[in-house]
Design a protein around this ligand. Structure first.
Ligand code: KMH
Ligand code: ZN
Length: 270
């Protein structure tokens, strides 16, 4: 079986320092967290940016500061968010792509998102995909519900997305696909030929579905964006603590963890 790629979603757009005091917000905090996670076994960092007051932003300059601070510390694969936060315009969301990161997320459809709607108009998504392809950025296709894989398959056929796509199944968002083993197995059964996949379980499912993915040959995303707890009622002390745990589970299951350069080879990054 391939080595395990661990992605860490360090910050997200939703949680605050009130919810999780160790949430990294400032560029230097995010970079330090990225470094600790890389030491613990993460090979991809999924980045969101915040303003000093904690508000989510897609400001290119803030992303640039974060990326420079991460790069000064380690060689982890950088994946920027184009999801941003609910309510942002498409133009705002696309801004960090201009920094030519190795990867960027691409949400494959609209979905209820807790009490909000995470809107992804097909025309915007197509423009996002074209911008990534033109810049040689590998998209990570964010799948919140089953129909989104069907969209991805159609788009691959039409040549709008690269062959050998990489998917992220985000399971357990209230309003979207639940974080159940059955949901994961169904999504996996729908993947196109040659695809790689990772799973981002929300809350306690981060560990449970992560363990499933390790056994099934998929990859795993952990981190505060999706889960701020180590176990029920106990906040995690850091993103790195969550990375350490999933890396340990993988080693116990005899699946070694990929380094960033091994992850680049697995994902076909140049
Ligand atoms: N914050 C969510 C509304 C992504 O990063 O691409 C969207 C999100 C997805 O976080
Ligand atoms: Zn995100």
């Amino acid at each position: 079986m391939n080595k395990l790629i661990i992605t860490v979603a360090l910050t997200g757009a939703e949680a605050s320092k009130n919810d999780q005091p160790a949430l990294p917000i400032a560029p230097q905090e995010i970079a330090q967290s990225a470094y600790e996670c890389a030491q613990a076994g993460a090979s991809i960092v999924h980045l969101h940016a915040r303003l000093p007051d904690g508000t989510a932003t897609q400001d290119k300059a803030v992303y640039q500061d974060i990326i420079a601070a991460v790069r000064a510390r380690c060689d982890v694969i950088i994946q920027v968010s184009t999801g941003g936060a609910v309510g942002m315009t498409a133009q705002e969301r696309l801004a960090p792509v201009e920094l030519n990161p190795e990867m960027a997320t691409l949400s494959m459809g609209s979905v209820n998102f807790g009490g909000d709607i995470f809107l992804n108009h097909p025309a915007d998504m197509e423009a996002f995909a074209a911008a990534m392809v033109a810049r040689g950025i590998k998209p990570e296709l964010e799948i919140f519900d089953a129909g989104m894989i069907a969209t991805a398959r159609r788009w691959i056929k039409k040549g709008l997305l690269p062959a050998r796509p990489h998917f992220d199944f985000v399971l357990g968002v209230p309003g979207a696909m639940p974080a159940t083993p059955e949901a994961l197995m169904y999504l996996r059964s729908q993947l196109p030929e040659g695809a790689t996949w990772t799973v981002a379980g929300i809350g306690p499912a981060q560990l449970q579905l992560g363990a499933m993915a390790i056994v099934l040959g998929g990859h795993v995303r952990v981190g505060f964006e999706d889960n701020i707890y180590f176990r029920k009622g106990e906040l995690a002390t850091s993103n790195a603590q969550l990375v350490q745990r999933i890396a340990e589970v993988s080693r116990l299951l005899e699946r070694p963890v990929a380094t960033p350069s091994e992850a680049r080879a697995l994902l076909g990054l140049t």
